[in-house]
Design a protein around this ligand. Structure first.
Ligand SMILES: CC(C)(COP(=O)(O)OP(=O)(O)OC[C@H]1O[C@@H](n2cnc3c(N)ncnc32)[C@H](O)[C@@H]1OP(=O)(O)O)[C@@H](O)C(=O)NCCC(=O)NCCS
Length: 103
């Protein structure tokens, strides 16, 4: 967890998550992203942005959407997937200035 960009963009946070394969599907990421949002709000960040979510990563896209993130950008063919070839990457964004109980 940290700022996404320095200077005039430093009010937007960023975070990365990975759950051990043996522990997936049990709500670990849901808990982590909830904690990250609380932390970011506490630090005064106004939003959280994920810069590069691979579009075929369905578990991640589902998890982040359920946590309140919107897909705000699509980078066509920006990721060379080892099985699917060139696939899109998504920019996902969550405004944190509203109510804190939205995810
Ligand atoms: C994406 C990732 C972090 C999700 O972690 P997780 O701890 O398994 O996610 P959760 O258990 O909190 O699941 C959140 C939601 O996604 C579903 N889900 C996620 N992974 C799942 C899985 N492997 N099997 C079944 N359901 C899964 C859950 O059912 C849940 O949905 P629900 O709330 O509608 O029931 C994990 O798959 C991962 O580490 N992937 C590799 C690294 C990665 O891609 N990181 C993100 C980069 S943007």
């Amino acid at each position: 967890m940290g700022r996404n960009r320095p200077g005039p963009a430093a009010h937007v946070a960023n975070a990365s998550f990975a759950t051990h394969p043996d522990a997936r599907g049990r709500g670990v990421a849901r808990a982590l992203v909830g904690h990250a949002k609380d932390w970011a709000r506490g630090q005064g960040f106004r939003a959280m942005q994920f810069n590069f979510v691979v579009s075929t990563n369905a578990d991640a896209v589902h998890s982040w959407q359920k946590a309140g993130f919107a897909i705000v950008g699509r980078l066509p063919g920006a990721f060379l997937h080892p099985r699917h070839g060139y696939v899109d990457a998504l920019v996902m964004f969550h405004d944190l200035t509203g109510a804190a109980d939205d995810a």
